[in-house]
Design a protein around this ligand. Structure first.
Ligand code: ZN
Length: 127
């Protein structure tokens, strides 16, 4: 890992934080709505579902249920990530990598404002 000694740890100016906070909060609302829609599309949640299905229908329902579960899990992980970013903000640690403590590149934050680790740490995690 490259250590940049010149890089100073500065907290984000609050005028920049507010729009990010608003964005993160609105994304959480959207994600929750998405999750609700996914759950409603789950064939297992369909109360009019018949129990004496043909095998083919059963397979369709299984696939649909699995698909809904995978999608719902993915959205749940995203919600957690967005909440985490908001928590970091509350702690005054937004934009600081939770792993190495370095400032996260602002270009990276612009693309993924919910991120809580720097690019180097993310690469390390993926390896
Ligand atoms: Zn890091």
């Amino acid at each position: 890992m490259i250590k940049n000694k010149d890089m100073k740890i500065v907290s984000f100016p609050s005028r920049l934080l507010l729009p990010i906070k608003t964005f993160l909060e609105s994304e959480i609302v959207k994600l929750k709505r998405t999750k609700k829609n996914i759950n409603e599309a789950d064939p297992f949640k369909d109360e009019s579902r018949t129990t004496n299905n043909s095998l083919e229908e059963d397979v369709d329902e299984q696939v649909g249920h699995f698909d809904a579960e995978v999608k719902a899990n993915f959205v749940s992980v995203q919600i957690v990530q967005f909440r985490k970013a908001l928590t970091r903000m509350k702690l005054g640690k937004y934009g600081i990598c939770e792993n190495c403590g370095k400032m996260i590149d602002t270009d990276r934050l612009a693309v993924r404002p919910e991120t809580t680790v720097c690019i180097d740490c993310e690469k390390e995690r993926e390896d």
